[in-house]
Each structure stands twice: as C-alpha cells, then as structure tokens.
Design a protein around this ligand. Sequence first.
Ligand SMILES: CC(C)(COP(=O)(O)OP(=O)(O)OC[C@H]1O[C@@H](n2cnc3c(N)ncnc32)[C@H](O)[C@@H]1OP(=O)(O)O)[C@@H](O)C(=O)NCCC(=O)NCCS
Length: 215
Amino acid sequence: MFKDLLPPATAVCHATSKMWETTVRPDEEAHIANAVEKRKREFRAGRNAARQALCQLDSQFNPHTTSLLPGEKRQPLWPDHIAGAITHSADQCYAAVALKSNIKSLGIDVEESEPLQSNILKMICTPEEIKWLSSLKDGLFWAKLIFSAKESIYKTYFPICHSYLDFLEATLEIDRANETFSATILVDTCDTLGTQTLEGRFTITDNFVYTAVWL
Ligand SMILES: CC(C)(COP(=O)(O)OP(=O)(O)OC[C@H]1O[C@@H](n2cnc3c(N)ncnc32)[C@H](O)[C@@H]1OP(=O)(O)O)[C@@H](O)C(=O)NCCC(=O)NCCS
C-alpha cells in the first residue's frame, strides 16, 4: 500500500506473519523484555520489516549486523545515511526506508478506519479543521484521517527537529479528490526542516487509512 503512496526512491516492507513471531537482535529484544506480548509482537514485526526494507534498498546491507534501537523518544535509530519510519495497527505493520541523499525524512501511519472518538476531537483537530469537518456528513471519519496524517507528520518532523509537535501545532488541508494533504506547522520549526509546510498522500480501504509524508 505505501509503495504507491511514497516516491520510487523508497523501499517498503509489509511485515509477513512470520516477522511478527521472529525474535530480533539481542540488544533490540532488551528493549521489550518487560513488555506485554502484543507489544513484543509489533516491535518485532517493525524491526524485521525494517531490515527487509533496508535489504531491498541496498543489496550490500547486512541484516544480521545492524541493530535498529529505539531513541530517547522512541524514534528508530536508523543508520546515518537512512531515513525511515515504522507503523503498526491491529495485524498490519509496515516499514519504509530511503537514502537520505534522496529523501530527507519520511513518515508513514496506518490506522483502523473507524471514526475518531468525538471526545478527543478538540485534542487532535484545530478550529479550522473542525469547521471543515462540520461541513461533512462523515466528519469523524475524516477526523481519523487527520489523526493519521498528523502522526505521519510527526514521524517525519521529529528525526529532523528532535522536538515534540502537538496535534494542534499543525493544521491540515485535505484534498479528497486527489488523496493528498498539506500541513502547515503553526509553531516555529527548526532551521534544518527548512519549511513550514509538509505535503502528504493518503489512501483508504474498507478497514484502514494509510498516510505518508516525505521531505
Ligand atoms: C509516536 C506516535 C506518532 C506513534 O504513533 P502510533 O499510532 O502510536 O503508533 P504507530 O504504530 O503508527 O507508530 C509507532 C512507531 O512510530 C515510531 N516512532 C515512535 N516515536 C517516534 C518519534 N518520536 N519519531 C519518529 N518515529 C517515532 C516507532 O517506530 C514506533 O514503533 P516502534 O516503537 O515499534 O519502533 C504517537 O504515539 C505519538 O506520540 N503521537 C503524538 C505526537 C503527534 O503525533 N503529533 C502530531 C503533530 S502534527
């Protein structure tokens, strides 16, 4: 799914059922030693999928010698020349990677396509977004898409700026016909990001929404 959303310079892996079961490198396993089974499975799927994606990107990559440890804020620590992202939801897990010489940073997110819970709407969506959503008959469904898009934005933003970005610190315009979105960051960003606007693409299936952002 993400292969169609992201530029051709990106390698994507959809985790196989075996990847959810297969343990990862010992230093990676140490991070989930005390985690519940569900968390162990999704972490393993993400790391195994990420290594598979890296093998697709670079035939010289040795998956047996490279750990992908989590950083201080849970961001995956990719090799220096790699931009990448991981997402999981229910039984879906994807990893996407690219050379930084082609793509500076990227974010992907998959969510179950149920409507957003109305009690968190104001924590996720800006007043402008809520105004747009109110004009739609299935506004809470599109709010879920905004939620996913903002998670993809955060996964793109964080590795560059190394700072938290709240859901209300970006506002989105969604082009439903073209399945694209544009996010304006409402706070000062870091110089290395070099923009206040991030663009992304989305697709919707019966059960899931998928969003992707890249720079
Ligand atoms: C980090 C966050 C985006 C993860 O989203 P999620 O729906 O819970 O879970 P997903 O499965 O889609 O993604 C989880 C993966 O995101 C990645 N991730 C987590 N923190 C990250 C960070 N700071 N930067 C980049 N990637 C990160 C990890 O790979 C993680 O999987 P792993 O722990 O198994 O490695 C979310 O939990 C969060 O903290 N959101 C608040 C910030 C935000 O989204 N702001 C919106 C700004 S517009």
